[in-house]
Design a protein around this ligand. Structure first.
Ligand code: ADP
Ligand code: MG
Length: 693
């Protein structure tokens, strides 16, 4: 494989644009992409025709406006390039069909913000994310809005939030004499996933319908030996990874790192970061390709946050920063952060934003799947806090508490063997327990779920940081001594928001009570986390930054809750069906065989011992009854939930239905451990987690 040659071969990339577009048109397009200039519509025809020609040379016959509705997935509708000409056809893509598409919006979620009779929706080209050809179709990244201009997708508000940060960050940079055309946010999402054999997958209704196992006793071996993390990659998995890399690279996705994760059958892929909207698009494409490539290898890629109980779930660390078009990273502390007022101001803005809006930041990652991770012991707790590391932590402490900051000399490390190299030590150690950690020149937001569209968290992060920048800029513009005034702002804000900083073990038992003392939010599930999104303060920040209207902000929260309710409902129904149609009858059959065995043994000799059979008969009969009763309770509780009332229904799901489901599972999982594997209707955790050799 010639990597540089295949890299980006399916993408209408900058270099392809340069080669195929007239230079004036190319320049105009770059001005839009790089400096955020409004797109000059008159160039659309030329761009469309070059794009089409290039796409046809890659085997495309169709094009599609590719968008990200509020389902959390991507959507596409394919049109062929053909246009009749006499009794023949010509291949055509007009400027208009590149820029705008019309589509029936009524079947996509809108959170009631749009009446069904107003079904018209429009997809509009996002020229800042490159088009690509996949399986014979030209994919044009677009945003999706309604006839009346409401956003119906995740891209439009994401672009608005990037705009907001661009506008406000430039005001801050200007105060410090930093010149630039554009400030972009950058994201590198680390994607975790499970890989299992398709054969086992197809036998599990729960995995197929809900993405996770609803039943399953733990395998005798979990992750306790700590041998899977970074372990040798199995041949079959390695083949999958190589194939995946090849696909990702062909779409210009900078797949960089791959390794085994903590749980058996769990892996990770980390790309090199890119501008946020491109990172969002490529992450959506990455998840799709992971599933497709897995299928080719007889495997299934599980992106659910918690496919298996008892071993780690999957997340998606969102590495986030801001940088100018000249490559200046606003979160780079430099050699002497203590003297870097601009950096300290930016840091204070992020800390202020995260503290002021911890509620919506938490809500932005809330989902039925992610509820299994947050607050459980492998993932950050549901409390948001900021980790700064020793060096910056000491700097912030000195500002807040007074006293001198003695910069720690970055020491060189050595392994203690004369032949081994001296290496420069990193200024921040790794802290894996913080939900929002400073890691050198970026923040790593670790609360995202593995199947999430990363747009949600970034819309929130960009908006709240833009808002903090705006407040600081309003205060500092026109000040005579900007340095001095900025340092006053920094000290004031760091004092005010000091409570959000936590540099110790975020998984430790001391943290939750300590966080409660500090007044930090700790919303453990989606039903409890989302309602803060309706609070005035939390709506207003989106409105102020031009990211959502009031109605849009409310609609998004409604959709998040609706989604949660629907997911739990599907899980509950699947569980009921599995228990009633498969598990209870299977156990009953097994018990009946045991009974027959007792009878036949005793017909040979009345005194033959049958204690093993009898104990099993008793315990399994008891458990089967209990399972059946628990299922009946789950069924009747589920019927009583009014699913149209999102607030009360989501509360009922979290606090009644989920506990009901846990009870069903507890009895059924114990039965699994007692039932002959010939009778148990599903592959076990052992079969699934150790199914690939
Ligand atoms: P670590 O090993 O500490 O997690 P890495 O350098 O491996 O850090 O980076 C992890 C992820 O962070 C990668 O996806 C990387 O591209 C991304 N990243 C690095 N710098 C930035 C940045 N300035 N903005 C956004 N993401 C970044
Ligand atoms: Mg990392």
């Amino acid at each position: 494989m010639n990597l540089p040659e295949i890299f980006g071969e399916n993408v209408f990339s900058d270099s392809v644009q340069k080669d195929t577009l007239p230079s004036e048109v190319y320049k105009a397009l770059r001005a839009t992409i790089e400096a955020g200039k409004t797109l000059d519509v008159s160039i659309a025809g030329t761009v469309a025709s070059s794009m089409k020609k290039w796409a046809i040379s890659k085997g495309a016959t169709h094009y599609t406006h590719w968008f990200q509705p509020l389902t959390g997935l991507t959507a596409e509708k394919h049109d062929s390039f053909i246009e009749p000409e006499g009794d023949k056809v010509i291949m055509r893509l007009t400027g208009k069909s590149l820029i705008i598409g019309e589509s029936d919006a009524s079947s996509f979620p809108s959170g009631g913000s749009r009446a069904t009779y107003m079904a018209r929706g429009y997809t509009a080209w996002d020229p800042t994310s490159p088009a690509f050809v996949k399986e014979g179709t030209l994919y044009i990244p677009t945003v999706f809005v309604s006839y009346t201009g409401e956003t119906l997708d995740k891209k439009a508000p994401l672009l608005r939030s990037m705009n907001a940060i661009d506008k406000q960050a430039k005001r801050i940079l200007k105060l410090f004499g930093v010149d630039c055309k554009k400030v972009s946010t950058t994201v590198g999402p680390e994607q975790e996933y499970f890989l299992i054999s398709e054969e086992e997958y197809l036998k599990r209704k729960d995995l197929r319908l809900t993405g996770r196992t609803l039943f399953g006793a733990p395998a005798s071996r979990g992750q306790e030996l700590e041998d899977h993390y970074f372990g040798v990659i199995k041949t079959k998995v390695g083949e999958f990874m190589r194939d995946l890399d090849k696909e990702l690279w062909s779409y210009g996705i900078f797949s960089k790192t791959k390794h085994n994760e903590v749980a058996p059958a769990q892996h990770e892929m980390a790309p090199v970061f890119s501008t946020t909207n491109v990172a969002v698009d490529t992450n959506m494409l990455t998840m799709e390709l992971m599933k497709k490539v897995a299928k080719k290898h007889g495997l299934v890629c599980l992106l659910h946050e918690k496919p298996f109980e008892g071993v780690n779930g999957s997340g998606k660390h969102n590495n986030w920063s801001m940088s100018t078009d000249k490559g200046f990273n606003l979160l780079n502390p430099g050699e002497t952060p203590e003297n870097n007022t601009l950096f300290k101001l930016v840091l204070a803005a992020v800390i202020k934003a995260v503290d002021d809006y911890q509620g919506i930041l938490r809500a932005s990652v809330a989902s039925a799947g992610n509820d299994h991770r947050l607050g459980a012991d492998e993932a950050p707790p549901a409390v948001i806090s900021v980790y700064l590391g020793d060096q910056l932590g000491a700097l912030v402490d000195s500002i807040v508490k007074g006293g001198n900051y003695v910069p720690e000399k970055t020491e060189n490390g050595s392994i203690g063997v004369p032949e081994s190299p001296i290496f420069p030590k990193d200024a921040t150690d790794r802290n894996r327990t913080s939900p929002f950690a400073f890691t050198g020149n970026k923040f790593e937001f670790r609360m995202l779920g593995s199947q999430a569209n990363v747009a949600d968290a970034n819309i929130c992060l960009n908006t709240i940081v833009a808002d903090a920048f705006e407040k600081f800029a309003d205060e500092l513009e026109g000040k005579k001594d900007v340095e001095k005034s900025a340092n006053e702002v920094i000290a004031r804000e760091l004092k005010k928001h000091y409570r959000i900083i936590y540099n110790l073990d975020g998984y430790g038992p001391e943290w939750e009570p300590e966080a409660a003392k500090r007044g930090l939010l700790n919303n453990k599930n989606t039903a409890d986390a989302v309602p803060v999104c309706y609070e005035d303060k939390n709506v207003e920040v989106y409105v102020r930054q031009g990211v959502f209207t009031k109605a849009e902000a409310k609609a998004r929260a409604d959709i998040r809750l609706e989604n949660y309710i629907k997911n739990i409902n599907i899980e509950a129904l699947t569980m009921i069906e599995m228990a009633k149609r498969d598990i209870i009858p299977a156990v009953s059959d097994f018990v009946s065989v045991l009974c027959q065995n007792v009878v036949s043994k005793q017909s040979v000799c009345e005194n033959l011992p049958c204690r093993a059979e009898k104990q099993l008969i008793e315990r399994l009969s008891e458990l089967n009854d209990k399972t059946s009763e628990a299922v009946a309770k789950l069924e009747s509780d589920l019927k009583s939930v009014n699913k149209d009332e999102v607030l009360s229904a989501s509360q009922a799901m979290a606090h009644r239905i989920i506990p009901d489901m846990e009870t069903v599972r507890k009895f059924a999982d114990e039965m699994e451990t007692l039932t002959s594997s010939d009778y148990w209707p599903y592959p076990t955790y052992f079969d699934i987690l150790y199914g690939i050799n």
